[in-house]
Design a binder for this molecule. Structure first.
Ligand code: GDP
Length: 438
C-alpha cells in the first residue's frame, strides 16, 4: 500500500496531525518535494514538535523516514532539526532516516540570493520564507545544482561551489550584500556532508525493495496543491510539484505503484504570504477572521506570521480533487467553526461578469473573482474531541455533507481537535480501509 497525502489549498490545513495519526500504521513515511519551510506542528501529549524538513513519521520510533530526491535540503537546517528531535527524546539513526543521494542541497549563497530575488520582484514579491529554497530549485533546473552525492566528493563539491559562487556573488553584491567566500562554504558544507553520509541512500531502490516486501509507504507532500509550481496560483507558488504527480517523480516510485491519494481539507481557508485569495475575509468580515485566527491558531508555525483567513472555497478544492485524484478527504478543524452563527461556502466564481466553474490559470483573473457564496447556519455547539460522526450536531453533519457533495469526494476523516484522539474515522470509507491497513 502506497498512499500520497497532501494539502488541497495553500498549506497549513492540519496535515501534520493527520500524517502523525496515520504514521504508526505505515512502515515508511517520506517526503517528495520542498525544503525546510514546511512547518508542521504535531502535538503528542504535552510535547510539541515542529517539523520543517523531517516527515512527521519521525516521532514514531518504528517508522522509517525518507527525504526524497525531489527535495532541497539545507544540511545545516537538517542537523539542527535532527539534534532538536534527539533533545526531545526521539531516537534518530541511519536505520530509520534516509536521505536521497539525488536530493539537492541548499547552499549558503541560495539563502543570500533569496533575499535579493524578493527585492528584485518589488511589488510582485512572492512572500517566500527566504530560506534559499527557490534559488536551490532554480539551480537544479539550470543544471548547476549540487546534489547530496556531489557533496560527498570533495573535488566535485569545491568545483561546483567555485563555479556557482562567481555568478551568485555578482548578484549578491549588486544588491548591497557582502560577498560569500568559497573556502568557507566548502568547509562548512563538506563537514556537514560527511556527517550526513551514513544517512545517504539510493532511495528509489530502497522503495522498490520495500514494495517487494509489501511495506506500507506514506508519501507526504509539503506546502499544498495551490502552491504547486505547475498547477498552483502561479507565480505565487512554491518551486516544486506538491501535487500527487510530484510524489512519483520526487521519490522515484512508479506512478502505477501508488495505491491512493488522500487530500487534507480544512473547514475554512487561509493563506500566508502574497498572492490571490478569492474567499479572503476583507474589512467587513475582520471580526470573523480574527475569531477564526484565534480559535484555529492561524499563525505560521515557522515564521509566526498571522495567516490571512477566508471562507471555504469549493471551486478551488474541486480543482485540487481533480488534479490529485483524491480518493478520500480528511476534513480538519471543524471545532474552530463552533462559534460561528453563519458559515459561508464559495460554490462558484464570477470573473468579469461571467460565471466560471473552473479554477482560472491567470493570477490577475483570480484577483478579479467575485465569489458566489452559499450560506449555512452555524451549529453553535461544542464539537471538540467528538469521535463518532453521529455525535456531531446535525448542522455540523450537514456542513460536512455539503462540502463532500461540492467537492465530489468522500470525507473519510473529520478532525475535531489538535490531539490524535480528537478524530472521527468515517466507517465504510476508503480512508477507513487505509486506516485499518487494508
Ligand atoms: P500543517 O502544516 O498542514 O500540518 O498545518 P499546521 O502545522 O500549521 O497545523 C495546523 C495547526 O492546527 C496545528 O497547531 C494543529 O495542532 C492544529 N490542528 C490540526 N487539526 C486540528 C483540529 O481539528 N482542530 C483544531 N482546533 N486544531 C487542529
Amino acid at each position: 500500500m502506497i498512499i500520497v497525502i497532501n494539502g488541497s489549498q495553500w498549506g497549513d490545513e492540519g496535515k501534520g496531525k493527520v500524517v502523525d495519526l496515520l504514521a504508526d500504521r505505515f512502515d515508511i513515511v517520506a517526503r517528495y518535494q520542498g525544503g525546510h519551510n514546511a512547518g508542521h506542528s504535531v502535538y503528542v501529549g504535552d510535547k510539541a514538535f515542529v517539523l520543517r524538513l523531517l516527515p512527521s513519521g519521525i516521532i514514531h520510533e518504528d517508522t522509517v523516514c525518507v527525504l526524497g530526491n525531489g527535495m532541497v535540503i539545507d544540511p545545516k537546517a537538517f542537523f539542527e532539526e535532527v539534534d532538536q528531535m534527539i533533545a526531545q527524546g526521539i531516537s534518530i539513526n541511519p536505520g530509520r532516516l534516509k536521505v536521497s543521494s539525488r536530493a539537492h542541497l541548499i547552499m549558503p549563497y541560495h539563502r543570500a540570493l533569496d533575499h535579493t530575488s524578493e527585492e528584485r520582484l518589488g511589488n510582485e514579491k512572492i512572500g517566500t520564507t527566504l530560506r534559499g529554497i527557490g534559488p536551490a530549485y532554480e539551480d537544479k533546473a539550470g543544471r548547476r545544482g549540487i546534489r547530496v552525492s556531489d557533496a560527498l566528493s570533495p573535488e566535485v563539491l569545491r568545483n561546483r561551489i567555485e563555479r556557482n559562487l562567481e555568478d551568485a556573488n555578482r548578484i549578491i553584491v549588486t544588491y548591497g550584500q557582502p560577498p560569500l567566500y568559497a573556502d568557507e562554504i566548502f568547509e562548512e558544507i563538506s563537514a556537514l556532508a560527511e556527517r550526513m553520509k551514513p544517512f545517504v541512500c539510493e532511495t528509489s531502490h530502497f522503495y522498490a525493495e520495500a514494495k517487494k516486501q509489501n511495506k506500507k509507504i506514506l508519501l507526504e507532500g509539503a506546502q499544498a496543491t495551490l502552491l504547486d509550481v505547475d498547477h498552483g496560483t502561479y507565480p505565487f507558488v512554491t518551486s516544486s510539484n506538491a501535487t500527487a504527480g510530484g510524489a512519483s517523480v520526487g521519490s522515484g516510485i512508479p506512478p502505477h505503484h501508488i495505491t491512493g491519494v488522500l487530500g487534507i481539507v480544512r473547514t475554512y481557508a487561509t493563506r500566508v504570504g502574497e498572492g490571490p485569495f478569492p474567499t479572503e475575509m476583507l474589512e467587513d468580515e475582520q471580526e470573523t477572521a480574527d475569531l477564526i485566527r484565534k480559535r484555529g491558531n492561524e499563525f505560521g508555525s515557522v515564521t509566526g506570521r498571522p495567516r490571512r483567513c477566508g471562507w471555504f472555497d469549493a471551486v478551488a478544492t474541486r480543482y485540487a480533487a481533480e488534479l490529485n485524484g483524491y480518493d478520500s478527504i480528511a476534513l480538519t478543524k471543524i471545532d474552530v467553526l463552533d462559534a460561528l452563527d453563519e458559515i459561508k461556502v464559495c460554490v462558484g466564481y464570477v470573473v468579469n461578469g461571467e460565471r466560471v466553474d473552473t479554477f482560472p490559470a491567470v493570477s490577475s483573473d483570480l484577483r478579479q473573482i467575485q465569489p458566489v457564496y452559499e450560506s449555512l447556519e452555524g451549529w453553535k455547539e461544542d464539537t471538540l474531541g467528538i469521535t463518532e460522526i453521529d455525535e456531531l450536531p446535525a448542522k455540523a453533519k450537514e456542513y460536512v455533507e455539503f462540502l463532500s457533495k461540492e467537492i465530489g469526494v468522500e470525507i473519510g476523516l473529520i478532525s475535531t481537535g489538535p490531539e490524535r484522539d480528537q478524530t472521527i474515522i468515517v466507517k465504510g470509507s476508503v480512508m477507513s480501509s487505509w486506516f485499518s491497513g487494508q
